[in-house]
Design a protein around this ligand. Sequence first.
Ligand code: MUC
Ligand code: MG
Length: 371
Amino acid sequence: MSLTIESVACWLVDIPTIRPHKLSMATMGCQTLTIIRMTCAQGVIGWGEATTIGGLSYGSESPEAIKSAIECYLAPLLCGKTFNGVAALADVMNASVKGNTFAKSALETAFLDAQGKVLGLPVSDLLGGALTERLPVLWTLASGDTEKDIEEGKRLLAEGRHNTFKLKIGARALEVDIRHALAIKSALGGDVSIRVDVNQAWDLTTAIKGMTQLQDGGIDLVEQPTPQWDRQALITLSQRFAVPILADESVATSHDGYALASNGFSGAFALKIAKAGGPVQALKLAHVAQAAGIGLYGGTMLEGTLGSVASLHAWSTINMQWGTEMFGPLLLKDDIVVRPLDFSDGQVTLPQGPGLGIEIDADKLNFYARK
Ligand code: MUC
Ligand code: MG
């Protein structure tokens, strides 16, 4: 189904978080969603989101840079052109714009939303078809305080909202972080899966020390312990330890996945639509992983409902051995959609209906948009 892109509007939307969210490189008190609206000549509108974490402390595109890349470079390339699908859309964007995968992801998402609406199909159908309508979702304990994290974890277990937790470590000394992780593991109980995300904070020597203790303490998964550039460290750790490694910052595109897999990495890849340049691009990485026998995990950049749903449509079409972490909307005090997602029993429901299956609340968008 061909669509002619008429215009693209873009907003920076600032929404406070329910509590400080402490990662190794930044503490978030507010999340900035970059939201786009794509208007097509066929009378349909598509919505997309590109969201990063902590300004420029996590990735190389800031919210402001994403907006500027869309408004000054990508939208002018696309407006007035007709596309029969996202392959042609990606070709045009990639021919003239290097990198900027977050910005491209918002545009790919909006195009898929518009196409799905015109065809009367959910985005998951455009991506191969959903295997499931309920996807597992963990929660990240990252208040920065061990006792508060234990309290929060116990409350969420009692409410039945989540049964798996990820801990953010790496900001403090190794011994402090290990004590923190093992205290939470023992407080929440042996049946509860606990994973850690180090967000690149350790060198290889520290990682070997840390992983030995985390493995002995029953931690189930260690995410990105070493720097993004150090592929060899991830490969070495994955071969040396029984506790699996989840590659996140080191694996953005299918090319990164191929480089890791072909050099002996085992473990799992965190897929994120923003890292890859959109839902379709992220699935290319998934297919490399599947070919190499590497596990999959549905990752988040702590997007709001729009970006999380775009990811869920993609994740629903593949078997996610390690589940997902699409809890971003629950970390925000508010959102810009009419109907929130249904999170319960450690799972989230994929919205039904054409396109992404969500409705934007124009008043809220206007209220939270940066003026
Ligand atoms: C990351 O690195 O995985 C995902 C969950 C969370 O709390 O932070 C993000 C980023
Ligand atoms: Mg991570």
